[in-house]
Design a protein around this ligand. Structure first.
Ligand SMILES: Cc1cc2nc3c(=O)[nH]c(=O)nc-3n(C[C@H](O)[C@H](O)[C@H](O)COP(=O)(O)OP(=O)(O)OC[C@H]3O[C@@H](n4cnc5c(N)ncnc54)[C@H](O)[C@@H]3O)c2cc1C
Length: 422
């Protein structure tokens, strides 16, 4: 039996950062972080765009808005302090038509409300900062976010793991998969972990925290939480250049679709080592960790998620979903993704059309742990935290969860302390 004060399940960026914060907030408590894989952050946390978002997209009454601006600042500082590669790119939003050009002012207003630095820029000034911006009309403006940047997501996970090794009161258990709740009594929660490859081990803890990413719903349900929800996984795929192309300074996004649309458009980002990433195209995954056609296949997940997709495509109230899905289907095509990128950047203009696809390979996809409300039949937009004196469940930690990981940890520890859970 492993005996702990606090057990954290899930060693992604969120579970990792949270364990680090718990260690300083509760220095006299014994903390264990359990990760089913052989290392930390092998799922969404290293399969994302690695953009430190500024925080201007989100409605001001959301937890996302309240954490993102601070997350951008604190994660930037963390990367600088810990020598994790970070590239201060800034970000431009490109209007491709008159309606999008108008929407830029609305987004700027939202940014102002959220206290995020943004500038609406005329063409000449914008091109001085990023010469590869695509100009659709010389009278359109660009929206510039100077604080958006990109960082090395693998380097970040390595650094968090190193930090945790230095914490006297923390033990990291990789290759340990949480499997089942044994009992949940007032004084102690007991659960089994599967010590890979095959050995069962029991863990007892006074407080249980679920940061299980794509499996957070499955774990929460065992504690009677997440009752009306299920994770509806969506796969985001990228293209990445395999040979030299002109290098931009900034990352470039389209104007986001109107509120209520589930998917952001294809954008161009940079990796810290100078690669151009195009994507992600978003498509429903048929099981939670379906990175390709056979990896990590779980039949019950497959049948549950397939039926969720079918029901929603055929239901009347989800017409909009079906339409979005059809739009996204086109984006799986490599040529289509490159064409979308060319609406944002002129970096690819010198390469002959018929050669363009040779310049790009498919990158590692990431899967979004999107929470779906089965009763209200809607996708949740904000982070959701469900908790009591025994357990805490982090749900719907989709984008910008990576950016928010440091203030999210403080926010959760505040709730725990305010309620005297520990
Ligand atoms: C395509 C894509 C692009 C994105 N781009 C950005 C971006 O640019 N900027 C941004 O801020 N955010 C972005 N995000 C969102 C961001 O990546 C996530 O919010 C963040 O990584 C979530 O971290 P996590 O720790 O909750 O999840 P994960 O990284 O998935 O970690 C969860 C961990 O729990 C483990 N686990 C699950 N079940 C068990 C179990 N039973 N026992 C033990 N361990 C278990 C898993 O193995 C995994 O390691 C993107 C997401 C996607 C999908």
């Amino acid at each position: 039996m492993i005996s702990l004060d606090i057990a954290v399940i899930g060693g992604g960026v969120v579970g990792g950062m949270l364990t680090r914060t718990l260690s300083t907030r509760f220095p006299n408590h014994k903390i264990g972080l359990f990760e089913k894989e052989s290392g930390l952050g092998l799922h969404t946390s290293t399969r994302n765009s690695a953009v430190l978002h500024a925080g201007f997209y989100y409605a001001s009454n959301t937890v996302k808005a309240s954490l993102c601006k601070d997350g951008n600042k604190t994660l930037t500082q963390y990367c600088l302090d810990h020598k994790v590669n970070i590239r201060k790119t800034g970000k431009f939003l490109v209007a491709r038509n008159a309606a999008e050009n108008e929407r830029l002012s609305q987004i700027k207003k939202q940014g102002d409300i959220n206290g995020v630095e943004l500038e609406l820029m005329e063409v000449d000034k914008a091109l001085k900062i990023e010469k590869y911006l695509k100009v659709h009309d010389k009278n359109f403006q660009f929206l510039y976010s100077p604080t958006t940047s990109v960082a090395d997501n693998k380097g970040l996970m390595k650094s968090i793991h190193e930090d945790l090794k230095q914490c006297q009161n923390v033990q990291v258990f990789t290759n340990h998969k949480y499997t089942e709740l044994i009992q949940n009594k007032d004084q102690s929660t007991q659960f089994n972990v599967l010590k890979m490859p095959n050995q069962k081990q029991m863990v007892s803890c006074k407080y249980f925290i679920n940061a299980g990413g794509l499996y957070a719903d499955v774990i929460a349900k065992q504690f009677n939480y997440c009752k009306n929800y299920v994770i509806w996984p969506f796969k985001g795929s990228y293209l990445i250049n395999n040979r030299q192309i002109p290098e931009a300074n900034a990352i470039i996004y389209p104007v986001p679709p109107l509120a209520g649309n589930y998917f952001l458009g294809i954008h161009t980002t940079l990796t810290t080592d100078g690669h151009l990433k195009i994507g992600p195209s978003i498509f429903p995954a048929l099981w939670r960790e379906q990175y390709n056609w056979k990896d990590n296949f779980v039949f019950p997940e497959f049948s549950q998620i397939l039926s969720l997709n079918v029901k929603n495509v055929i239901s009347k109230d989800m017409k909009f979903y079906a339409q979005s899905l059809i739009n996204e289907l086109k984006k799986i095509n490599k040529t289509y993704m490159i064409k979308e990128a060319k609406k944002l950047t002129t970096q690819l203009d010198q390469i002959p059309e018929n050669k363009l696809h040779e310049y790009f390979d498919r990158g590692k996809p990431g899967i979004r742990s999107q929470l779906f409300d089965i009763e209200k039949r809607k996708m949740e937009q904000d982070f959701i935290f469900e908790h009591d004196k025994n357990s805490f469940h982090l749900l719907n930690v989709a984008s910008p969860g990576w950016t928010c990981s440091i203030p999210m940890s403080e926010y959760i520890c505040d709730i725990i302390q305010k309620n005297n859970y520990i």
